[in-house]
Write a protein that binds this ligand. Structure first.
Ligand code: FAD
Length: 319
């Protein structure tokens, strides 16, 4: 039976991804309910730096391995920590790396893996909650047995720093040679900032009337803030913008300091993907649009007049 929770920490040369802080925070909440401990596992180049950052989060033990093997080492380290604890739910981010590591660990210890987890229940044992079939159904999957893996959707769970300082424990190097040869490390081309990482998201909806505003006025406003362009499903389904920009139940979940919804009515399926944003500003020509009920500020008027003016005002303020 699972009592302990183990957060796998994703980082780049020591800079920890936000989803791993979310995993560590959620791990504490679950372990407290299940009566277990919270462990974090950090491997690879920069692991010591990442472990120091983890100390601000409510983790009991931070296990660090500087072994230069990466994927194999991550799975070995998780196995070592989980087996020493006797049981454990491994939390990874629902990211490329998180799913890769999580599924390898699940195969290694022969347990199940749940992807795109948005919630947990703990009544009578732990279960993972996940939307399926494009959000049409919500499934609850019991995590029986001693081990399990849950890949948590980024930006759904909160990341809260605490005063707790986790103990750093070194995992001895295995001395094994890697079966993987890294021939070259290539920096990703400067990709557009994704909605999940941006501190300001400017999203457009059906009220934009076509694809052009997504590459002109919305992009211009997002650029003025140094942010990213998001979209409602109506805009994505119309083919105006790609699915990677979609915010909501069947898109990305975002939680930026500032979310600007332009020509978006505020349907519940959109709201669940952005409601945890710190400040929500809506620009809508309908004063009674549902978004008025949960926006911090509603600007009533034509987006095509307001958005360019707002972009200019932001640039002026920054000058
Ligand atoms: P509308 O509801 O048509 O609203 C357009 C708004 O634009 C209106 O409020 C209008 O007043 C305003 N407007 C029009 N012209 C202007 C103008 N010139 N200036 C200012 N305002 C203007 N939706 C999502 O967004 N994300 C999801 O992930 C998602 N998942 C879903 C999953 C399921 C299973 C289902 C059933 C639905 C899902 N939806 C999702 C769809 C959701 O129910 C709504 O249909 C959708 O969010 C509506 O998009 P919208 O607000 O852009 O369009």
């Amino acid at each position: 039976m699972i009592q302990n929770v183990i957060a796998f920490v994703e980082h780049k040369h020591g800079t920890v991804r936000r989803v791993s802080f979310e995993a560590a925070t959620q791990a504490r909440a679950l372990a407290d309910k299940l009566g277990g401990k919270v462990h974090a596992v950090v491997v690879g180049d920069g692991a010591q730096t990442a472990a120091e950052a983890l100390k601000k989060y409510p983790v009991d033990q931070i296990h660090v391995s500087d072994d230069t093997r990466f994927l194999e080492n991550a799975v070995d380290a998780l196995e070592t920590v989980a087996k020493a604890a006797g049981n454990g739910l491994v939390l990874v981010g629902n990211t490329m790396l998180g799913r890769d590591v999580g599924s390898r660990f699940a195969a290694r210890v022969d347990c199940g893996m749940n992807a795109d987890v948005v919630d947990f229940t703990t009544d009578g044992g732990i279960a993972a909650v996940m939307p399926k079939l494009g959000g049409l159904v919500i499934t609850t999957c019991a995590l029986d047995g001693d081990f399990g893996v849950a890949a948590i959707r980024p930006n759904v769970f909160s990341a809260k720093e605490t005063s707790g300082a986790g103990e750093i424990v070194q995992i001895p190097s295995s001395g094994k040679a890697s079966a993987i040869t890294v021939e070259d490390e290539v920096e990703e081309a400067a990709a557009e900032l994704g909605v999940e990482e941006a501190s300001v998201v400017v999203s457009g909806g059906r009220g934009m009337g076509g694809p052009e505003p997504f590459t002109t006025i919305l992009k211009d406003l997002a650029d003025a803030f140094g942010g990213a362009v998001g979209a409602s499903r109506a805009a994505v389904d119309a083919g105006w913008v790609s699915h990677g920009h979609q915010v909501g139940q069947t898109g990305k979940t975002v939680s930026p300091p500032l979310y600007i919804a332009v020509g978006i009515s505020g349907a519940i399926q959109h709201k669940v993907g952005m409601r945890t944003s710190e400040t929500i500003v809506a620009i809508n020509k309908d004063a009674n649009a549902p978004i008025a009920e949960f926006a911090d500020l509603l600007v009533v008027g034509d987006a095509f007049a307001i958005v360019p003016e707002l972009a200019n005002a932001v640039r002026d303020a920054k000058a």
